[in-house]
Structure formats: C-alpha cells, structure tokens
Ligand binder design. Structure first.
Ligand SMILES: *Cc1c(COP(=O)(O)O)cnc(C)c1O
Length: 377
C-alpha cells in the first residue's frame, strides 16, 4: 500500500457521503420502475471506494452489481451478503473460469472465444453457470458482432443453455438527440428478438435518464450514482457524493510583475496574496487546471470565496490567488477542491475532460472519510 495507508490526518481529506450515494440510487430506481436497477462499481466505484460504496448501494436496495475486472468483482463479493449478483463487464479472462465459478461471478461474454470457454466450464461442471451476453450495436468496443448472433444462438441451443441477460451499450446516450441512440436501440431490439424471453439491458446512467424505451429489464447506472453529470446540457439532478479538501501550507504576499510557479508561465498583474495548498497533479488535480498569462485555470474555495489557481499545478502543491479575501487564512486551514461549490463536472469542464475522469483520479494521498446520515468513520 502507498503511504496514504498510514494517514496521519494532516494532508488532504476526501469525504464520501454514503447517504447521498444511497439517495441517488433510490432516485434512479424510481425513474426506472419496471426495470431492475443495477449499480456499476467499477474503478473503485468511480474513485469513492468499492467496498464502502457497494455496501451502501446494497443497503439502498441494489442487488445487481457490475465491476469491470475480476478483481473488482471479487472485492464486491467479499463485501456483500450472498444474494448480491455480480457481473464482470470485461467478460471472461482466459483461464479465469474457475475463479468466476468459485466466487459466483457472472462474466459479460462478448466474443466467441469467451463464450466457448464459458460453455466448456459449464460442460465440465455439468451446470448452467449464469452469464450475460454483450452485443456490439455500433460502438466497436466490446461485444459480439450482430452477425454472430445466430452462431451464438446455435452454440447455446446445442447445450440448452439460457443466458442470464443480453445487453448492449450506447455510444452517445449523453446526447439524447443523437441519431445513433435510435440506431442502436433498433439494432438491440433486433437482437432481443433472437433471444426471446431473455432479460435485456441497454441503459447506462444517461440512457436511463433520457428514455423509458431504453430501460428493458435492467438498467446499469454508474456516474449518476456518484453525483456526476450523465446528460450533456441538462441540469444535473443528482446529489454530490464527494468532497475533497486540502490544507493551506503557507500564505505569502507577492508583487506585481513577479512570476508564479514552474515555467514562470504566469506573471502577477497586481500585488497579490497567494496561498500554497497541499495537493497537486499526483493527487488527481490535473495539470490541465494550470493557469498562465494566456489562459485561466481551475479554482478552489477558500473561506466561501472562489480563489483561482495561479501558475502551473505542481506534483504536490497548487498556488491560489486569495488577494480578494478580506481575512488572511491560516496554515492548516482546509480549502474546498470539490464539493458543494465546485462539482466534479465544473472541474472537468475547465480541465477539458469529463466528471468520470475527475472521480476516477481520486486516488491521491489524502485520508478518506465516509459519512452516512451524520456519522463519520
Ligand atoms: C461503465 C459502464 C456503465 C455505466 O456507465 P455510466 O455512464 O457511468 O452510467 C454501464 N454499462 C457499461 C457496459 C459500462 O462499461
């Protein structure tokens, strides 16, 4: 483990609001009435902590979990009661069938070799081990090609094997008016016709939030659970889950014309007061949030006021301009990096990325805290 395992409590502080996470799952579950609402917990539950997040989502009512890798799925299995159903989105890794069987994991099978290997495992154990089938309806990422559906059908029919679920994934669900959504929906419906009676799943968060026609028997939200914006250009209705704070190390006054940070990319246009904050790109505060004379960068909140990043983001520190603050903050005082005033998407927009990347980059050197209805651990 990295040094963060011995968190002394002096560095940055990441707080995950499990009550908000549960509220978000329940809100999405209301929208998807008629379909089961799963929970995607890949990438350490979008940076929030896979064990704590999975337990909270289970408490909220989730019983179907999606990890990307076998390691993630094993972590969920260990964290949850027996009646949790766990899918591995990456599918079946060669040779991994015994692990999946032992841990009761369901691969999302996406290629003929994967299907072949899984059916061999079924034959060897004389058991219809549950799995999902993933069809590629236009993303050219994981999934069987549509013209493989008849081969898939034949392979499973030979054994009398019934898949647990068939699924596909939308490429443009975040843009509800994109015509690709309609094309993929139509193609998925044609695949469903070849697997009558098998439950179907198409929607991620955005697909769930933009159309009932995408719901089918199971929806697979990820980003919206964690408070991120799923649909572009709409107000985000989800509760923020993550708060990130970092302490001020030093406050200093600097003069007009002096430069700030590596590369001397920013020159002060006025006499300024600067705060040096203990967090940098090694903690997921992207270097693309740097500021220069040509271009503004990210911002943080000091004593309820926005303070812009000045100069380049360093590995361990950022420099923020607090000239506008009436009082002088003291070393050790916490600065809001993400939270009530700065959403993950606000920060992502400035960094020219997406909220998903902000969240999944939250694996820095801060201590982690979990709050649930007012209690902290
Ligand atoms: C990541 C993922 C999801 C969840 O997507 P969000 O946009 O985070 O809701 C659903 N399905 C698949 C196949 C995924 O890879």
């Amino acid at each position: 483990m990295p040094v963060a395992a011995v968190a002394t409590g002096y560095g940055g502080r990441l707080t995950v609001d499990l009550a908000a996470l549960k509220r978000n799952w329940q809100a999405l579950d209301k929208v998807s009435t008629g379909a089961l609402t799963g929970a995607v917990v890949k990438a350490d539950a979008y940076g929030t902590g896979i064990v704590q997040a999975s337990r909270a989502l289970y408490q909220a009512g989730a019983r179907f979990f999606f990890g990307a890798t076998p390691d993630e799925a094993v972590a969920v299995r260990a964290a949850l009661p027996e009646d949790a159903h766990i899918f591995v989105l990456d599918g079946l890794f060669p040779g991994a069938a015994p692990l999946y069987v032992g841990e009761r994991l369901m691969p999302v099978l996406s290629s003929l070799p994967m299907l072949e290997e899984w059916l061999q495992a079924c034959i060897a154990r004389n058991e219809a081990l549950p799995a999902a089938l993933h069809f590629d309806t236009g993303m050219n990422r994981l999934g069987f090609r549509l013209n493989e559906a008849s081969i898939v059908r034949r392979m499973i029919d030979q054994l009398g094997y019934a898949p647990q679920m068939i699924m596909s994934h939308l490429a443009c669900a975040d843009q509800p008016n994109h015509e690709k959504n309609r094309t993929q929906l139509a193609l998925f419906t044609s695949v469903m016709a070849q697997f009558p009676g098998v439950p179907a799943s198409l929607a991620n968060s955005a697909g769930l939030m933009t159309g009932r026609e995408n719901h089918f028997q199971m929806v697979r939200p990820g980003i919206a659970l964690y408070g991120g914006r799923a649909v572009t250009g709409r107000r985000n209705p989800m509760s923020p889950v993550v708060t990130l704070e970092a302490p001020i190390l030093q406050v200093k006054d600097a003069k007009t014309g002096e430069s700030v940070g590596y590369g001397a990319t920013q020159t002060l246009a006025r006499d300024s007061r600067l705060a040096i904050v203990a967090l940098g790109y090694a903690d997921g505060f992207f270097r693309s949030l740097s500021s220069s004379n040509q271009r503004g960068g990210g911002r943080v909140v000091v004593r309820d006021k926005y303070a812009p990043v000045t100069g380049r983001v360093s590995m361990d520190t950022i420099i923020v301009d607090i000239t506008e603050l009436e009082e002088v903050p003291v070393p050790g005082e916490m600065v809001e990096i993400l939270g009530a005033n700065i959403s993950v998407d606000d920060q992502a927009d400035v960094a020219n990325t997406i909220g998903y990347e902000v969240l999944t980059s939250l694996k820095g050197r801060y201590s982690r805290h979990y709050v649930d209805s007012g209690t902290t651990t």
